[in-house]
Design a protein around this ligand. Structure first.
Ligand code: NAI
Length: 456
């Protein structure tokens, strides 16, 4: 056994882990980063980046189909799965190389291997032990399934769906959350018949009802079927396809079933509990500074209860690194973390939904909705959608909710409004460039400030 020491040992090289490693090394700490696969983790290799590449391919396919509407001669002749894979893998490879270079340039020691937490801030990798003054756990998450639902063959997780080398004719997607909606969007654009089965009454049920309903309308228009408020009963598969049965007795035949019912924290068999790190339903229990129940052992990212988003992991990694280095970083509230679903149309939000705001503030809540039909740029690019802003009466904006193509890029303004607790009256004088989609946000702020322009 060889023992190595460092100021900081990070277990897991995904978004949370590598961000912590980089920030700690910037602050003068010696850092060991342990990763069993490739640095970059789920987001870079199997999540955010490759799926957004697929969604871009889907967008181009839709533009080609619609080209004649804007006076461009083009004809859609199909998707070339091998070329899509090459494009997607090329993007990931470039980002991976960049990240490896960054870690190297920062002097971070990357150890390849599967780590196991030991008591006294150690992590064992094979016969080696890496002992840090502090340890950060950043082991991420995995695709969950349902009891009795076996993954494999034609029953895919998002990883299998990403790696699929064919365009399916028919797919069923279990779960109308973020992953379900993004893959439904991709496959529909690729030409597949898509059915989503969602146990709750709406798609993206965690979002404001206006966005859920608007997305359902847009998907209906795109020919995507959403079976809502229906539970899955079982699936059988053969060489030819799958048959999915639902609790109402109906069945759906398809080529594949994608299971997208959430992601679980990757905390099993890593020695956490033996090292006095308390778990609650497999998530790591942390205090508001992200410290676990074991002193000098911290946790970041998807293993910490809350939104499982890469940018939250980056922020948490930076936060813990700064604390370890003796700074006093400010904890970011979950409600000011922006959320974007990159389907067509996109769904983007920050802060409280109207229902959450009413739960918190009772009747002292005001909302406004601006339909993108009244926004010139949205008309030009051919997207329907809406902007909804939620405020406390005579108080700050507490929620911004957007639906429409390209609106993901607008949520930053919503984030500033919510994060800075801006009042619509403060924002109303700040003009938005014309014609942009951001004007729709401006209109909503004007309406909430009592002076609507292009609305009644
Ligand atoms: P999710 O929690 O967003 O959605 C899962 C959905 O499955 C829920 O709507 C739930 O009601 C439904 N469900 C659960 N059991 C069911 C059943 N028996 N029958 C039918 N429906 C059932 O989880 P998802 O989509 O798997 O995504 C996992 C995580 O990855 C999320 O936390 C998400 O935030 C993150 N992610 C984020 C992306 C982004 O930011 N654009 C992209 C992809 C994933």
């Amino acid at each position: 056994m060889t023992e190595h020491t460092a100021d900081l040992v990070v277990l897991g090289g995904g978004s949370g882990g590598y961000a912590a490693a980089i920030r700690a090394s910037e602050l003068g700490k010696s850092v060991v980063l342990i990763e069993q696969d490739k640095v970059g983790g789920t987001c870079l290799h199997r999540g955010c980046i490759p799926t957004k590449a697929l969604l871009h391919t889907a967008e181009v396919a839709d533009h080609v189909r619609d080209a004649a509407k804007v006076g461009v001669g083009a004809s859609f002749t199909g998707i070339d799965p091998a070329a899509v894979t090459a494009y997607r893998e090329g993007i990931v490879a470039k980002k991976f190389k960049g990240l490896e270079g960054l870690l190297k340039a920062r002097g971070i020691t990357v150890v390849t291997g599967s780590g196991r937490l030991l008591a006294d801030h150690g992590v064992a990798v094979g016969d080696d032990v890496y002992r840090g003054t502090d340890v950060i756990l950043a082991t991420g998450s995995y695709s969950r399934s349902l009891p009795g639902l076996e993954l494999g063959g034609r029953v895919l997780t998002s990883e299998g769906a990403l790696a699929l080398e064919v365009v399916p004719d028919r797919v069923v997607i279990l779960g109308g959350g973020v992953i379900g909606v993004e893959f439904a969007s991709v496959w529909r654009s690729f030409g597949a018949e898509v059915t989503i089965v969602e146990a709750l009454d709406h798609l993206v049920p965690n979002e404001d009802l206006a966005l859920s309903k608007g997305l359902e309308r847009a998907f209906r228009k795109r020919g995507i079927t959403a079976k809502l408020g229906i539970r899955f009963a079982g699936v059988t598969q053969s060489d030819a396809g799958v048959q999915v049965s639902l609790e109402d007795g109906s069945t759906i035949d398809a080529d594949y079933l994608l299971v997208a019912v959430g992601r679980g924290p990757a905390t099993a068999d890593l020695g956490f509990e033996d090292a006095d790190v308390t778990l609650d339903r497999s998530f790591v229990t942390v205090d508001e500074r992200l410290q676990t129940s074991a002193a000098h052992v911290w946790a970041v990212g998807d293993i910490v209860p809350g939104l499982q988003l890469a940018h939250r992991s980056f922020q948490q990694g930076i936060f813990v690194a700064e604390q370890i280095a003796g700074l006093s970083p400010v904890a970011v509230a979950e409600t000011s973390i922006p959320r974007v679903i990159y389907s067509s149309p996109e769904v983007a939000s920050v802060g409280l939904t109207e229902a959450q705001a009413r739960e918190k503030h009772g009747d002292a809540v005001a909302t406004t909705e601006f339909n993108l039909a009244g926004n010139g740029k949205s008309e030009i690019i051919g997207t329907a959608g809406l902007v909804k802003v939620v405020r406390v009466t005579d108080g700050p904006i507490v929620g911004v909710h957007l639906l429409g193509d390209r609106v993901g890029e607008l949520i930053t303004e919503g984030q500033l409004a919510v994060g800075w607790e801006a009042h619509p009256e403060d924002l109303a004088p700040l003009i938005h460039a014309h014609p942009t989609q951001s004007e729709a946000l401006g209109e909503a702020f004007l309406a909430l400030a009592g002076k609507p322009l292009h609305a009644l």
